[in-house]
Every structure is written in structure tokens, then in C-alpha cells.
Design a protein around this ligand. Sequence first.
Ligand code: C2E
Ligand code: CA
Ligand code: CA
Ligand code: CA
Length: 280
Amino acid sequence: SKNKGGNSSSFYDPALQTLLEKQTELETDIVRAIASNEFCAYFQPQVNQLGKVVGAEALIRWNHPKKGLIAPNEFIPIAEQYGLIQSLQNVVLRDICKLINELKSTNTIDNSFSVSINISQSQFNSSNLKKELFSTIKEFGVEASQIKLEITESMLSSDIEHTIVQMKELISAGFVFSIDDFGTGYSCLTYLSAFPVKELKIDKSFIDKILDQAKGFSIAQTIISLGKSLNLVVVAEGVETAAQYEVLSKMNIDSIQGYLIAKPMPKAHYLKWHNDKSDV
Ligand code: C2E
Ligand code: CA
Ligand code: CA
Ligand code: CA
């Protein structure tokens, strides 16, 4: 609409109004969907250079009765904004524990296998995180060391001392930390060694450009050598082609995750995939 007077026209902006209405609708729908169990975790495997499945990442999905399967980018921001993220995370955490127990019962994992969960900023700051993690693993009898917490660089950029204290509490209980989307945030390389993390995940945007010497290639190589020098595990995410894999393999990547290996799968499919893979 035309700005007719003053600078408060955005108040009456119909586009903004529609957006706000959509957000509220989505929020209401999320609350309803939590109650009707429409959220679940999908699992995407991570394999090492020998082809061994070393872990999996849990990725939330919304199985909407009318809209079908909805990807997280469409609802995570709203869930964060309206304080619903904790409920979603609990669904994911419980699904992870169920998966680990089912894998244990078929003897297809050892203690080094872990499942990653994405931790959002608001959750990382919340005192509930520790409580929920502890009570859920206790309920399911899962080892903390089998759960990896994926955080992003930006979560490490403020109040460094407090963040380290918080992380150490979880680490002393056995949980492991991984830095997701590594290279896309404001990496403070000087501080990286101060954070008690075990793993770096090279962001997909660099893997996409890895065949380009000047772009992804040098960056991936730099991240891998940085990780090795700090004794961290380095994972490449979003690996789609054999050519990308070959380059990463020459760089001595620890493990890879991506459509080349498998897409994220519902728990039952993941279990079948994993067991077939372990049969060979
Ligand atoms: P992310 O943590 O960086 O997850 C990786 C994303 O890349 C996933 O998208 C995955 O499906 C996708 N992906 C993996 N391999 C490939 C590939 O080879 N090609 C392509 N094109 N894509 C690939 P997804 O599942 O849609 O998740 C998007 C983002 O939503 C995640 O990015 C994460 O930031 C967030 N998210 C997902 N699940 C959760 C959750 O349970 N809690 C929170 N807080 N955030 C979540
Ligand atoms: Ca992730
Ligand atoms: Ca990522
Ligand atoms: Ca990402």
C-alpha cells in the first residue's frame, strides 16, 4: 500500500497483516499437532571411509494430515518464537532413545555409535535442556555418550565463560558436542580450542562447491586440517555425488553424511537400512 502519511504505514500493511495471521495460524496448528503426535524424527546415517555406519543425525518432520510431510525450516522458527521448541525437541529426543534401544537389541551398534540432535539457540540457553536430557536418557536406559549435541558457532560467540561451564556440565555427564554448519558463522578460531567439542561438521555450502579449487575445495581442506590439528572428528554434510566423496576422501575426511549415502528416513526405514548395511 502507498505510504499516505507519516512513517507508521506498516501498521496497516496488508502484507504484514497476512503474515502475522499466518504465523498465528501456524502456531495454533503446531500446538494441535503436538497433541496429535504428528511430529517425529527422521534419521540420516553418517558413514566413515570404510563404509561403517558411525552415527546418524535426527531431523524433525511434521506429518501433517492435510499438507503432508513438512520440513523443519517451515516450522522451527515459529516454534522457537512461541516457546514450543522444547516440546518438539522432546519428541526428537524420545525417538532417538527408541532408535538406539532398537539398534542395541539387534546388536548392530557398538558403544561408539551416536545419534545427533540439533539444539536451537533458545534451548541451549534454557535450564530445561539439561533436565530433559537427563530424565529422558534415564527413562530409556540410554548412555549419554550415545547422544551428540549439535550447536552452531553463533551460540559460542557470547558469554564464552558461561557457555563453557554449561557445556562442561553436560560433558561430565557423558554427552558430546558437535559444531554444525561449521565455517558459515563467525568462527572465532582463537577460541575454538577452548570449547570442549568433539566434532566439526563442514557446511553443505562448501561441499556443493568442493570441485571448485578456489571456493569449496580450499575451505574444506582448511577445515579438515584445522579439525585434525585440534584432534576433532570432521564430518562432511550434504555429500551428493561420488566426485565430491572422492575429493573428501583424499582429504582424509573422517565421515560423511548426505544423499549419496542415504536421505533422512523414518525410524522403521532407518532400522532396515542400518541392519541391511551391517549384514554384509
Ligand atoms: P541441518 O542441521 O544443517 O541439517 C542438514 C539438512 O540438510 C537437513 O535438512 C537434511 O535433510 C539436509 N541434507 C542432508 N543431506 C543432504 C544432501 O545430500 N543434499 C541436500 N540437498 N540436503 C541434504 P532438514 O531436515 O530439512 O533440516 C533443516 C534444518 O532444520 C537443519 O539443518 C536444522 O538446522 C533444523 N532442524 C532439523 N531438525 C531439527 C530439530 O529436531 N531441532 C532443531 N532445533 N532444529 C532442527
Ligand atoms: Ca545439524
Ligand atoms: Ca548442518
Ligand atoms: Ca544447516
